[in-house]
Design a binder for this molecule. Sequence first.
Ligand SMILES: *[C@@H]1O[C@H](CO)[C@@H](O)[C@H](O)[C@H]1NC(C)=O
Ligand SMILES: *[C@@H]1O[C@H](CO)[C@@H](O)[C@H](O)[C@H]1NC(C)=O
Ligand SMILES: *[C@@H]1O[C@H](CO)[C@@H](O)[C@H](O)[C@H]1NC(C)=O
Ligand SMILES: *[C@@H]1O[C@H](CO)[C@@H](O)[C@H](O)[C@H]1NC(C)=O
Ligand SMILES: *[C@@H]1O[C@H](CO)[C@@H](O)[C@H](O)[C@H]1NC(C)=O
Ligand SMILES: *[C@@H]1O[C@H](CO)[C@@H](O)[C@H](O)[C@H]1NC(C)=O
Ligand SMILES: *[C@@H]1O[C@H](CO)[C@@H](O)[C@H](O)[C@H]1NC(C)=O
Ligand SMILES: *[C@@H]1O[C@H](CO)[C@@H](O)[C@H](O)[C@H]1NC(C)=O
Length: 878
Amino acid sequence: MILTSGVVFTVACLGVVSAQLTFVDNKVVTYPPYVAVKRGAYIVELEHSKAGPSTAAYAASFNSISDVWVSSQFSTLFNGLAVSTSDSISVEQLASVQGVKRVWPVRYHRLPYRMSTANITYPYLHQPTGVSRALHELGLNGKGIKVGIVDTGVDYTHPELGNCWKTTDCPWQYGADFIGDKFDSSSPNPIIIPNATPMDCDGHGTHVAGILSGQGPNVYGVAPGATYGMYRVFSCPVNGNVASTDDIILRGIEAAYQDGHDIISLSLGGGSWPEDPISVACSKLVKKGVVVVAANGNDGANGLYTAGTPAVGHGVIAVGSVDNWNITGAIAEFTTPQGSRSVLLSTPGSDRYPFIFEADVPVVAPMDRNGSALGCAGYAVSLSGKIAVIQRGVCSFAQKAAAAQTAGAIGVVIYNNMAGTLSPSVDGTVTVPVVAISQADGLAVVADIATGPSTVKAPNKLVGTFPASTGGQMSLFSSYGPSPELVIEPLLSAPGGNIWSTYPQRLGSYASLSGTSMATPYVSGTVALLKQARPELSVKEIRSVLANSAKPLRDVATGQMIHPYWSGSGLVNVYDAIKSRAMINPPELSINETTWGPVPGFDQLQALGSVRWAQRSVTIVNTDRNKGMDVWLESSVADSLSMYSVDGNIGVAPRTWPASSASVPPNTLPQIAATDSHVYVAAGQSKNITVIVVAPPGLRELEKWFYGGYLNFTLKWDQESTASNLFVPYAGYNGDYRAADVLSTPSSGLPALTDSNQVAIADVSKLVVSANNTALLLYRLDVPSRVVSATLVDAGGNTVGYLPFGYNEYNARNLPKGDNPLSGATVSDLVFTDKGSAHAIKVPAGKYHVHLAALRPLGDANNSKDYQTWDSDQYSIA
Ligand SMILES: *[C@@H]1O[C@H](CO)[C@@H](O)[C@H](O)[C@H]1NC(C)=O
Ligand SMILES: *[C@@H]1O[C@H](CO)[C@@H](O)[C@H](O)[C@H]1NC(C)=O
Ligand SMILES: *[C@@H]1O[C@H](CO)[C@@H](O)[C@H](O)[C@H]1NC(C)=O
Ligand SMILES: *[C@@H]1O[C@H](CO)[C@@H](O)[C@H](O)[C@H]1NC(C)=O
Ligand SMILES: *[C@@H]1O[C@H](CO)[C@@H](O)[C@H](O)[C@H]1NC(C)=O
Ligand SMILES: *[C@@H]1O[C@H](CO)[C@@H](O)[C@H](O)[C@H]1NC(C)=O
Ligand SMILES: *[C@@H]1O[C@H](CO)[C@@H](O)[C@H](O)[C@H]1NC(C)=O
Ligand SMILES: *[C@@H]1O[C@H](CO)[C@@H](O)[C@H](O)[C@H]1NC(C)=O
């Protein structure tokens, strides 16, 4: 699990040896080898039982096992213990204790990198979201509302964040440090020595804090009058990693709960299942009446099913990111014979070598030994005392920077070779400052420099504001839903791309970061304003009101509505949420299963014949106690999404349908029918309507489309002339979801048996596996699967055991552009007789094959028919 600025949400490989986990009576969850888990550290989940022993009693009995130490007890939000053990303790021993539900490994979570730099004009940022009106017309500021933030800590000495800690009238009244400055996730035994206060040594938490609580004059937060708590659970950066573990995050969340916060804001995540311990704790928080807001993830580049935990937790408000309308950030001023040009700079490649040049220095656009602007071939010319402008491409940023440094350059500016922003991270060999600029700026600067001697300067804190071409659109990095069980994620979206906020003073005081990490505190702030204005609303009502009043987004290129799996119900609008006098429940219709046949009772749908359809009941509540209202329902169709191309092969970015609004066959769009498309709801009353959602029959099932759209409710109260609109997104799978494949299509060449270099074995029948010659089973999950098992089958068709790493539960989708593109198991002469890896036996020499079984969506783990299977050819074990 990692914080979500910049990139995702995968449980990433940190090169830590993965502990082997056993499985007894379905009690142990194993993770694939690429998942970094802390050796000898477990979270023991206990059964819920009022009559049973207390958590403290369990803790005592675990402590009485020699070589087992209980490090934390969780009884409020999550029922369990964090334990450490020596290597002599098998997980099986832990799992076999009466009352144990599951044993989870303790996973590492990390913050890998952050994206572009860029000072935002807050009043403008706050206009499209209704925050400006809530603050200035309604006079709200979050006063009286308590918000807990679980993050990297906060530089509470920052002048715009109060410059105080727990003193009278200080915004920071709560919080603690749970990790300290010495934690190094690459050490076998990371040191945890919490500091007296949760001071931030990274920046992520201080940035998040500014979005919520910024007091101005540079950063105006969404809820500057609220009371805050900071629970620091992430380490300082060590070799670029800002890390944490499941148990530390759980402790932070429990402490936030104990301090009685109304809202808990979580810009962190990992995994993808609601059963994950952190998701379980968050679902429990919601049940206890706390509003939990969590980042949906930054893995949009990998397409569908990239929403993380705890965003997928039940009742959690999952937040997607919209790009800011203007980018404000550090700039460089180029002076050439053509005049002067201000250019927006990216985040410098290294914290240690910021791109700061107070006075003009010479700048050139040199050709390398190859006569190329790419700078990969080294330089014959001296670049001594100059800054070099170099094109992106062919070799790495580090190689380009190193070559220029060798030629004497004192700084490097890399310009993009395509649209978009760059983050030119470089390694330790590069000691000159490196930044990136856009392709358009780069080409213009290079052309200007070509006309004669030129200079550039980039004084510290020189900022400029530029309109962003992507303003108001979904951020490309924003993760897509659905959840593994086809629940629409995120719930809604907020500004998260190119957000200027506070940063630790030691690191420059201000920075622009991008991520659903930034959109999350934005939404937490809107909840604070809503709760201040309407304290009577329950958590469920807050979710509905916020989602109902969000504004669905359109793709500017095609004009189509954005699919709810990317943007949820759209851009948050807190003013409309505060002023709304109606509520529609549920706030989203996730169509997980459909019926096949003609739709009974709806004349207008009879002509379609047999179709896939689902029926849902929607409750319309008129919260105005004095006036009745008329409600009209229309539907607004969104793009359909597919991960697959026409030939059935998986791609990365989702394909959308329709590609344009021109000549779309109507049977390729979802259809909506309702028992009543117009109802009158009396003052203070509610009315139910039945809605039929029909999957588009004209979209090819082979391409596995997810259709979706929005129910558009037009509301008009008695004696009023203007109407308003509320929206409820709907979305589902265009096919039989239970029959959907989870393993990648055969044309991908997977699953496969490969050698240790991951090269497919051409003729598996000739493979001879021995203690000294092991192979790999590699497979790719295109869809999350609850259970995947890889077993060894002998020539007589008998299963002899599980391959090492051959049993995994709660599997996320493999992300082609992520840390875990493939999953695998070891093919050796050993198998495990249990689902984990405790009882290894050496198998007798003979002929065997590998049997892989992955549970299909919504499947029953006990029903073999619900698995997608694959069998290798037979090979020999010597
Ligand atoms: C941010 O922009 C505002 C408005 O342009 C400006 O007054 C302020 O000085 C800028 N902040 C920083 C830190 O440069
Ligand atoms: C130099 O140019 C040649 C021919 O275009 C190309 O094949 C080679 O990769 C280039 N070398 C470098 C280091 O850029
Ligand atoms: C931000 O962008 C919008 C739209 O491009 C523009 O109208 C507004 O003036 C910009 N604000 C600033 C401060 O540049
Ligand atoms: C499918 O959705 C319905 C209605 O929301 C829900 O009751 C049911 O539990 C869901 N089924 C699964 C398997 O998630
Ligand atoms: C919702 O319906 C209203 C009334 O027909 C219409 O003006 C509006 O454009 C619709 N909104 C969307 C997003 O389709
Ligand atoms: C409307 O639906 C809700 C939820 O399904 C149900 O609890 C309620 O009783 C229904 N109300 C009416 C008037 O049918
Ligand atoms: C396999 O490796 C072991 C230990 O490296 C060695 O002792 C043994 O002789 C090897 N066996 C074969 C058949 O090569
Ligand atoms: C599968 O079977 C086991 C043992 O019979 C039972 O405890 C478990 O609840 C079943 N799981 C499901 C998902 O039905």
